[in-house]
Design a protein around this ligand. Structure first.
Ligand code: ATP
Ligand code: LTN
Length: 340
């Protein structure tokens, strides 16, 4: 780690529920890579969060390791950040319990991600962990005295809850936690990439169909096909057909946002270069292939050497545990648990 005591701390997490997609990359992962050099950086694969929805044990094991390899392939460097698996640092689950006893049913019930995911399986059979999940996320963040949390726009509400929990705790039990802030990409900068087939829904690992989700592991052929078939609208070609208007033209605006996030620039400005959808799609596909090519190459190399990835994770967990234990002990004392 390159951090010093005056360097601010960054932490973020990603679930190993299926492969990472362009939304994850543009909304979060590329910022993680960027932030390694400016912050004391902790990044984790949040496997405990993945248990909130049904899945196969063997699949979870495989996808946790795969996700770690993909993060390294995206550019995380174990010499410049601490990369670990959430369940390897037991303090996360323990702090989550302490925080659950300061969170209210009402505030957790208002979380839109809970409402969406519980509605999918039916409220009665939704796992209790799905309900308390945002508190585990708060524990992930608060354990490391985190200042900054780089996430996509969909995590704004969870970050707000984390801040509320930390402030409430500090007011009730005395100064214990650093109150974190969110680092969400600017509007038009990849904070909320939409599904290519259903541009009113966010691109998601748990989408029902893969057709509108561009995975970081998609080969150039698949990538081109998915982008070519992206839903747009029936406006005829001509001046003004391609414009940045999320309400009236969600599909086209999403393509412009993808291009802006991949190549740099402003989506409304980029729109002026196009009069029809075909050339825009071709440019988005080319930009995605260019950005993902090197990531895929490194991913293949890392996949061939799982023990090297495991070594990184073991080392990361040891580093993270030391910091996490310090904070947890502070919290245990503050809340009145008897010292061991
Ligand atoms: P799931 O749909 O299974 O909940 P997900 O695709 O939302 O998964 P996460 O692991 O929950 O992925 O998110 C990892 C990071 O990627 C988070 O910071 C999240 O905000 C960001 N992210 C997820 N989807 C998008 C998206 N469509 N656009 C921009 N950022 C996104
Ligand atoms: N809840 C987040 C994933 C997540 C996370 C975190 C993000 C779990 N713990 C800590 C930032 C910091 C999600 O669903 N994208």
């Amino acid at each position: 780690m390159t951090g010093t005591s005056t360097t601010k701390t960054v932490l973020s997490g990603i679930q190993p529920t299926g492969g990472a997609h362009l939304g994850n990359y543009l909304g979060a992962l590329r910022w993680w890579v960027d932030f390694q050099d400016r912050y004391n950086a902790y990044y984790c694969v949040v496997d405990l969060h993945a248990l909130t929805v049904p899945g196969e044990p063997e699949e979870l094991r495989r996808s946790t390791l795969d996700m770690a390899a993909l993060l390294l392939a995206c550019g995380l460097d174990p010499d410049r950040c601490t990369l670990f698996v959430q369940s390897h640092v037991r303090q996360h689950a323990e702090l989550a319990w302490l925080l659950q006893c300061t969170a209210s049913m009402g505030e957790l019930g208002r979380m839109t991600q809970f409402k969406d995911k519980a509605a999918k399986v039916g409220y009665e059979s939704a796992r209790a962990g799905l309900f308390t999940y945002p508190v585990l996320m708060a524990a992930d963040i608060l354990l490391y005295d985190t200042d900054v949390v780089p996430v996509g726009d969909d995590q704004r509400q969870h970050l707000e809850l984390t801040r509320d929990l930390a402030q409430r705790w500090n007011a009730r039990y005395g100064q214990t936690f650093t109150v974190p802030g969110a680092a969400i990409p600017p509007a038009g900068g990849g904070a909320r990439i939409m599904d290519l087939q259903e541009p009113e829904r966010k691109m998601s690992k748990s989408a029902t169909s893969d057709a509108g989700v561009v995975y970081l592991s998609d080969d150039p052929g698949a990538l081109q096909r998915k982008i070519k078939r992206a839903v747009t609208d029936l406006d005829p070609p001509g001046p003004g057909a391609v414009r940045w208007d999320r309400e009236a033209k969600p599909g086209v605006s999403n393509l412009l946002e993808l291009l802006a996030a991949l190549r740099g620039g402003d989506p409304a400005e980029l729109a002026k270069d196009y009069e029809s959808y075909g050339p825009l799609k071709a440019d988005v596909a080319a930009a995605a292939i260019e950005a993902l090519g090197p990531v895929q190459e490194r991913y293949r190399t890392l996949q061939a050497d799982p023990s090297a990835v495991l070594d990184v994770l073991r080392h990361g967990a040891a580093q993270a545990s030391a910091k996490a234990e310090e904070t947890l002990e502070r919290a245990r004392r503050a809340v009145g648990l008897l010292a061991r």
